[in-house]
Design a protein around this ligand. Sequence first.
Ligand SMILES: [Zn+2]
Length: 261
Amino acid sequence: MTSDEFHKTELVKFQAAKPAQKGLMTEEVVSQVIEMIDQGKLRPGDRLPPERELAKQLGVSRPLLRAGLRAMSSMGLLKSRQGAGTFVVKGPPMLDSEPLRLLAALHRFSFDHMFETRSILEVGAAGLAAEHATGEQLATLADEIAEMYASLNDPQQYLVHDICFHRAVAAASNNPTLFTLVEMVSAVMYERRRETIERAHDFSESLELHQQIYRAIRGRQPEEARVAMREHILRAQRAFAIEESELQSTKHIANAEMQIG
Ligand SMILES: [Zn+2]
């Protein structure tokens, strides 16, 4: 077959898939794959059938199939691995935090509201972690504390391990719904905190509170774990407000200097 002929066949197939209804068809692909997940035909970690086969199975063209699969990847349901194919995400379940980030920007979510949300979710998660954490999850928490200690002089690294610690607490709650929500909120907070963290003055107090949270979880004391987490998030909120206002005033001075200069 010449490349021209090949092109024509591809075109015919594409037309057969009703390009006018492309948006609708993409949703159709998504809902069919979701149905396969619902019915247990696809499980976490499964590889999707090859593109050609799946397109045939669902009765859609390959470009539409790809569009549908991309939409599902951005929902955090599928993941493509170069050369290996497309897989159903194994876990831990992750939601794409981009929609929340956009909503936060669009509606100007205040950081006080974000911290309040974190407190509600993570105080609860700390209590559940004290009840349900496995030995392996406790070891992960201890590792993150050690990493935080090792990066006391490196704000960006400290922040990464701080986030990982909170993620590990949420995972140790052994409630996947809660874990997913904590993940999504903390990803949005991380973006903002990364800009202000350089202004943080001292991490030793923060480290001490993380240790208290860890000790309470390890000691199976839910109430102590909740108290320590509540206190930590409250102080983080205050520290963030100070970093943020310093950052704004620096920007303000820089702008004024630019105007004078
Ligand atoms: Zn923290």
